[in-house]
Design a protein around this ligand. Sequence first.
Ligand SMILES: [Zn+2]
Length: 263
Amino acid sequence: MLKTYDPALTGLRGQTITGTARYGKFLDLVTEPAGTEGSGGKLHLIVHLARAGWLRWRDSLPDKPPRPGKGPLAFRLRFTDGAGFDLTEAGTRKRLAVYLVTDPAAVAGIASLGPDPLDPAFTPAVLEAILAGRRTQVKGVLRDQKVIAGIGNAYSDEVLHAAKMSPFRLAASLTPAEVAELHAVISSTLREAIGRAAGLAAGDLKAEKKAGLRVHGQAGQPCPVCGDTVREVSFADSALQYCPTCQTGGKPLADRRMSRLLR
Ligand SMILES: [Zn+2]
């Protein structure tokens, strides 16, 4: 899971966490040598949890390092008071990533991020320029981290549902009014999600995220807006969920994988 080797992880010994930051889906714990805040020597411990990764806060961790094994534990950080956190990753596809760098831009995934949709500089005109000329589906554009940072698979489903827009609409085909509406719901959807999560303990975040989702991961459940059944389109590596009545004029989208199985 560790993607960097210089500086070594042992460089964290004696550092104090003095700040936090977020770049898209990357989390940054900013550390400085204890007692010298602001005088340099910053190290950034950067984590990308990927789809199956999670952070578990522990009030008390054993002082002996864990034995290497096949369990979900990928990384452990223990503070001098014995508290700390574990990074765990379920499943066999190991994509959780940890970086220790002196500059966050040294992480390729951060350097290549598109604009952050919560940045005041992300105006409707910026979104319009991003979508113009893209003959690709708006769902794919919204979840591409190099195009727009931080929305991803779950919140692109939520944004498109709130915008009453088909995930298969071609990005370039959106009218200026649709772009303005999409821009507004990107902002409101993300702000509401962050507002619900703010202040929660790490252990409560996943349940809160799930409870706040209207269509993502809700296939078979009633749409909270219109009551129609939320449907799903499956791909090799992921799935999207949507409401036919709210988003596609009542027509279910073709699910190529399903139709292949049924043939
Ligand atoms: Zn609906």
